[in-house]
Design a protein around this ligand. Structure first.
Ligand code: PFF
Length: 454
């Protein structure tokens, strides 16, 4: 092993379960429980799910594997790992793009994450009792467009993630993920059992499982692709950073597959916890972003045991968001501590202050008459669209090309051989997807920009 690749006293994950819990913790987030169900609802149910599964298999997973390989080889943050593997080339720009994307995602994501705390408190205290559906919708409207409350909850949420990050990788991220992720799985299973045993649940199950291709548009395909990146946390160096904390004994192909399966199963379970209940109470499934915060409180009000299940649901959303936010922060913190030589505490403080500033602007862009609206979209929406539909796909495209065409073959084989008897299948998978994934991303992307049309 060359000198630059030998590991120093770098912090890292200590067990296989810890790696899976932390990486799945990053992948499973608001994307699975808040966004996936509503984009499925808007795009006609299971036909969309099918496209999404293909996107995960042919595009998302190869990028995930590539990030793990690059990170473990580089043993460093997202920028330096590229510099070490391909010195004196501009590929490290991918790492920079990732850091920009990290700030942008944290900007809008922590705002919604803050909502989960507010909604958890509202359900636990029976705050929706006796409300009509209009009142529930007004409550959401008033809260999400207020200029104070969302910012306060966002700051509380950010402080909670810092508490986890403070312990570092092994004693912070890994330790808490090992507790929180099994908790999340337990809660979601309880919620699914409640939902599918409601009278009238079958219509919702059918909505999820019976394909309806008539509502499948090309923009739905773009959404599926963008979401496959977002959901697996790839395209911006998060999994690369986590990969740099994975020890040399782990089989990266198996880790990649486990995380993709966990992430997809949890997204489907979230759908199974939500749609049967939505249909059972005769509510419209295509409510969009308000599905979780407007539709579901209505559902919980009518459901036997609704207070407990409602509180559990928002707690689930909170945990899912927490382990994801922690992973995005880590991309920036790893960079700042390693490159600017700041202490972890100082790096966390500086990053958090910057994020609070961006998040506050995002939250304020949702207030009435806000001046933070550009071309008809709020700053909040821009951060979402630009990352999911532009930065992550471009980052993913470049990462795949880097692994497929720049990364040395002997180094690739060396990384894949760790913990693995045969690397034939993985090599074949990489060989195929290094052509398919970039072409798929490019087509969908050019379509999204209106440059090509079908
Ligand atoms: N994967 C997370 C989710 O589905 O909510 C979001 C996310 C986390 C995106 C980390 C990107 C990232 F780097």
């Amino acid at each position: 092993m060359s000198q630059e690749l030998s590991s120093t006293k770098r912090d890292g994950f200590s067990s296989r379960f810890g790696i899976i819990a932390a990486a799945a913790g990053s992948a499973v987030g608001l994307g699975n429980i808040w966004k996936f169900p509503y984009i499925v609802g808007e795009n006609g149910g299971s036909a969309f799910i099918l496209v999404y599964l293909i996107a995960i298999l042919l595009v998302g997973m190869p990028v995930l594997l590539a990030e793990f390989i690059i990170g473990r080889r580089g043993q460093s943050n997202a920028v330096r790992s590229f510099k070490k593997i391909a010195p004196k080339t501009p590929w490290f720009g991918i790492g920079w793009m990732g850091i920009v994307a990290a700030f942008m995602i944290l900007g809008f994501y922590t705002v919604i994450a803050g909502y989960t705390i507010h909604y958890f408190i509202l359900t636990v205290t029976n705050g929706f009792a006796g409300m009509t559906s209009d009142q529930i919708a007004n409550t959401y409207q008033a809260f999400s467009t207020s200029s104070v409350a969302p910012i306060v909850y966002t700051i509380i949420f950010i402080l909670l993630s810092l508490a986890i990050l403070f312990g570092g990788v092994k004693e912070g991220i890994e330790k808490y993920s090992k507790i929180l992720m099994p908790g999340l799985v337990g809660i979601i299973i309880l919620l699914v059992i409640r939902a599918v045993t409601l009278p009238g649940a079958s219509e919702g199950i059918e909505f999820l499982l019976k394909p309806n291709f008539s509502e499948l548009s090309m923009s739905a395909v773009l959404d599926a692709l963008g979401h496959s990146f977002f959901s697996l946390s790839v395209g911006m160096g998060t999994m690369l950073t986590y990969g740099s904390y994975i020890n040399k004994k782990e089989n990266l192909a198996v880790t990649t597959a486990s995380i993709a399966v966990a992430d997809t199963v949890i997204a489907l379970l979230a759908g199974l916890a939500i749609f049967p209940a939505v249909f059972a109470f005769g509510i419209d499934p295509t409510a969009g972003p308000g599905l979780v915060f407007i539709t579901l409180p209505n559902v919980f009000l009518q459901m036997p045991g609704g207070t407990i299940f409602g509180a559990l649901f928002f707690f689930l959303l909170f945990i899912a968001a927490l382990t994801s936010v922690v992973s995005i922060f880590e991309v920036i913190i790893a960079y700042v501590t390693e490159e600017l030589k700041f202490s972890r505490r100082k790096a966390m403080g500086l990053t958090a202050i910057t994020v609070v500033f961006i998040s506050s602007l995002c939250a304020l862009s949702n207030t009435p008459d806000s001046s933070l609206i550009f071309a008809g979209k709020s700053l909040f929406d821009w951060m979402d669209v630009l990352t999911a539909n532009v930065l992550l796909p471009i980052g993913g495209l470049l990462i795949i090309i880097f692994l497929g065409f720049i990364f040395k073959r002997d180094q690739l084989e060396d990384e894949l051989k760790q913990g693995s008897k045969s690397i034939k299948t993985t090599m074949a998978y990489i060989t195929i997807t290094k052509y398919i994934a970039p072409v798929a991303i490019a087509i969908v992307f050019l379509y999204g920009l209106g440059i090509i049309n079908f």
